[in-house]
Write a protein that binds this ligand. Structure first.
Ligand SMILES: [Zn+2]
Ligand SMILES: [Zn+2]
Length: 276
């Protein structure tokens, strides 16, 4: 079994309106790409900040600019016009847990992908004035805050999969790196994921980013495997050609780290299936 669950039906650009991308024909393009690459379990997980209902959770300027689409219409489209699993990528926003939980509770998802992109008002993956690196004193501070947020995200119980679990490394050598062994940052995050009984995502999206490395690092994956965490596999595709991108490398890494099963989701029930 191969899965691709953390998948977007459109690029993140602002002019990618729902009418053009939430269509049966577009879903079919993704389904065809998945079939070609041997991915049986395919689902979508649009960014929550692209839906107007997200503004009930958080009024961040970036969200206000992008929260346009109707969440109910997305859910109805996936359920009625496609054979894809229905997911959503929802942010962990500190202090907004109850509001996010209320929003997520309205719909019957197959899975909810939980992500940490923001630390306070600033993002770890933005290359602009909102970039957290322009507002923090050291790499140690950014990494510590990031992995603490990952731990908190797991402990909310809102999420089934913790996405790109070391996204903070996205810029690679283009941003400061912590001097010390990063395992000290991973440890509380892995412990929290275990306590919360959530799956940790292995994402090939990092291969397409400056860091050019799978999320998470081998050291973090080894720690997760030692702890007995369930692993979910996705590409974070934003176009059909990204589907299952780098899966040969991901499968090699997973096998080397002793992962033989991956998590499969339906109506928020998790089961494990053989990898490959
Ligand atoms: Zn993300
Ligand atoms: Zn994503």
């Amino acid at each position: 079994m191969l899965t691709d669950y953390h998948v977007h039906l459109r690029p993140d650009d602002p002019d990618t309106d729902a009418e053009r991308y939430f269509t049966a024909a577009n879903a079919e393009r993704y389904r065809e790409a998945a079939s070609e690459r041997g991915v049986e379990e395919l689902g979508v997980s649009e960014h929550i900040h692209r839906f107007s209902a997200a503004l009930d959770v958080w009024q961040h300027p970036f969200w206000r600019d992008s929260a346009i689409d109707d969440l109910d219409a997305y859910v109805a489209f996936v359920r009625e016009q496609t054979d894809l699993r229905l997911g959503i990528e929802a942010d962990y926003i500190a202090g907004r847990e109850d509001r996010m939980a209320s929003l997520l509770d309205v719909h019957e998802w197959d899975y909810v992908v939980g992500s940490v992109h923001f630390l306070g008002e600033h993002a770890v993956d933005f290359d602009d004035a909102l970039d957290v690196w322009r507002h923090e004193s050291s790499a140690e501070r950014v990494w510590k805050r990031y992995f603490e947020a990952v731990a908190q995200s797991a402990l909310t119980g809102m999420f089934d999969i913790i996405a790109h679990p070391d996204l903070v490394k996205i810029w690679g050598s283009a941003r400061p790196q912590p001097d010390s062994d990063p395992r000290r940052y991973y440890e509380p995050a892995v412990e929290a994921m275990l306590a919360a009984d959530v799956a940790m995502e292995v994402s090939t999206a990092g291969l397409r980013k400056p860091v050019a490395e799978i999320y998470p690092s081998r050291a973090m994956l080894e720690m997760a495997v030692d702890a007995g965490l369930p692993i979910a596999l996705s590409s974070d595709a934003h176009r059909p050609e990204h589907l299952a991108f780098g899966y040969d490398a991901a499968q090699e890494l997973l096998r080397e780290c002793g992962v033989s099963e991956i998590a499969v989701f339906e109506r928020r029930e998790r089961r494990m299936e053989s990898l490959g």
